[in-house]
Design a binder for this molecule. Structure first.
Ligand SMILES: Cc1cc2nc3c(=O)[nH]c(=O)nc-3n(C[C@H](O)[C@H](O)[C@H](O)COP(=O)(O)OP(=O)(O)OC[C@H]3O[C@@H](n4cnc5c(N)ncnc54)[C@H](O)[C@@H]3O)c2cc1C
Length: 406
């Protein structure tokens, strides 16, 4: 039955949740629905830039956007709080400090790191999850460089940086490190040759599944800047001052005070804990982006699973942003009492991986391969395009990336 002036509650101000909110604040009148946005922080952060924040190549304030700059607070009720549990049968959301009732819910709570039970990772490795965990990595790197000359016995573990995982996140992060380390060396009087950036990947090659020519380009570019790759190697344990990996049946230990785990994410565990039917923690949404068993719950971004033939689409900002158009359209339709909802269709705009701020690889438009400055340009343009869509020209000029050629 249609509810008059329903409560539309959106959980998470990430790519999916925030874009849905911005679209709904434009398309729904204040007398049509009460829109509430819940987020841990009073800012949105660009998850896709967190590896830069972590390496220290951009300041965290460039990565985050105050919600008041893009959300119309007179149309949207913003609640800064942490979601603890969703009770879909009661149409309630439990927050740390209160409880909300909803008529229509959008779940956009993003991802959590997956450590696959590898001993010591949770305790001893750093992870690129959000602004605070990324800022911690930057501070930790600086601390180790600063400490190096301040100990009687020099500790090489301070200068060994191990990155677990050679997928997109791991490769983008080592690319930033390769640019940042020479700056840190200069700042702290350290010989560059003493610093090791080591990428450990379980598959036979980094960027598994990506075009082999582009993988070769990426590895050459990164190796030329000092990155070491150990492929076909499984990380076995992270200890406080070393990591252990296994390759060809042999275990090897590398002394390090900095292990960054970038080899796996899963959907926010709140989804599974709240009892939604799920596939490895994600909700296999219907074509209209609703949870299978609840007509009033939409799931978006990394919490949602959509099949692309035999395999699910990988979790990306690109798909989360596109899904927001379908979710916002369908929420509006439900608010206005329509029953014919739109189906989501993914339109791939390509895949680009940065290798630092001045190099990148990728495939765009019908699998055209690009690398070098062209790929860097396209990557920065796509970041700027998102800012333009989210907050207009002003936001793009304030937070965008315009260092195209250096
Ligand atoms: C380093 C890195 C680089 C990446 N690069 C790319 C790339 O180049 N291109 C690409 O397309 N994708 C990339 N991705 C993947 C992409 O960032 C994610 O797929 C995308 O962020 C998912 O969007 P989302 O809306 O589901 O969640 P998110 O953008 O992660 O947002 C989730 C939001 O929910 C909030 N939240 C979480 N839990 C709670 C809670 N309990 N209570 C309240 N609020 C909560 C968070 O604070 C956050 O604001 C990258 C990911 C990483 C980590």
């Amino acid at each position: 039955m249609r509810v008059k002036n329903p409560n539309v509650v959106i959980l998470g101000a990430g790519y999916g949740g925030l874009m849905t909110t911005v679209k709904l604040q434009k398309s729904l009148g204040v007398n049509e629905a009460n829109i509430t946005l819940v987020n841990k922080n009073d800012y949105h952060y660009q998850t896709t830039w967190l590896h830069e924040t972590a390496a220290g190549t951009i300041h965290h304030d460039q990565t985050r956007i105050p919600l008041k700059d893009v959300v119309n607070m007179s149309k949207v009720n913003f609640v800064q709080d942490t979601v603890v549990e969703i009770k879909p049968d009661e149409k309630k959301v439990k927050l740390e400090n209160s409880e909300l009732d909803y008529d229509i819910l959008v779940v956009g709570l993003g991802f959590e790191p997956a450590t696959f039970g590898i001993p010591g990772l949770e305790e001893n490795a750093f992870m690129i999850n959000d602004i605070n965990s990324s800022r911690l990595i930057r501070e930790h790197l600086e601390h180790n460089f600063a400490m190096y000359h301040n100990e009687e016995e020099k500790n090489p573990a301070r200068l060994n940086i191990v990155v677990g995982g050679g997928g997109f996140t791991g490769i983008e992060f080592v690319g930033e490190l390769a640019n940042r380390i020479p700056e840190l060396c200069e700042e702290y009087d350290i010989d560059k040759a003493q610093v090791r950036i080591i990428n450990v990947e379980g598959a036979p090659t980094v960027l598994p599944g990506f075009d082999p020519e582009l993988v070769e380009y990426a590895m050459n570019s990164l190796e030329a800047r000092g990155v070491e790759f150990i492929t076909g190697a499984l990380l076995k344990e992270a200890k406080p001052e070393s990591i252990v990996y296994e390759k060809d049946g042999k275990q090897v230990e590398i002394p390090t005070l900095t292990t960054v785990w970038a080899a796996g994410v899963r959907a926010n565990s709140i989804v599974e804990k709240s009892g939604f039917e799920n596939n490895r923690g994600k909700v296999e949404v219907r074509k209209d982006m609703r949870a299978p068993e609840y007509d009033d719950v939409f799931v978006i971004g990394d919490c949602a699973l959509i099949w692309n033939g035999e395999r699910p689409f990988p979790p990306t900002a690109q798909i989360a942003i596109q899904q927001s158009a379908t979710v916002a359209h369908n929420v509006k339709a439900l608010v206005q009492g329509h029953t014919d909802l739109e189906s989501f269709e993914f339109n791939s705009l390509g895949t680009l991986a940065s290798l630092g701020h001045n190099d990148a690889v990728g495939v765009i438009m019908n699998d055209r391969k690009i690398f070098g400055w062209k790929a860097t340009f396209m990557k920065k343009m796509s970041d700027n395009r998102y800012l333009l869509k989210l907050g207009g020209v002003g936001l793009m000029l304030k937070k965008g990336k315009f260092n195209f050629f250096y």
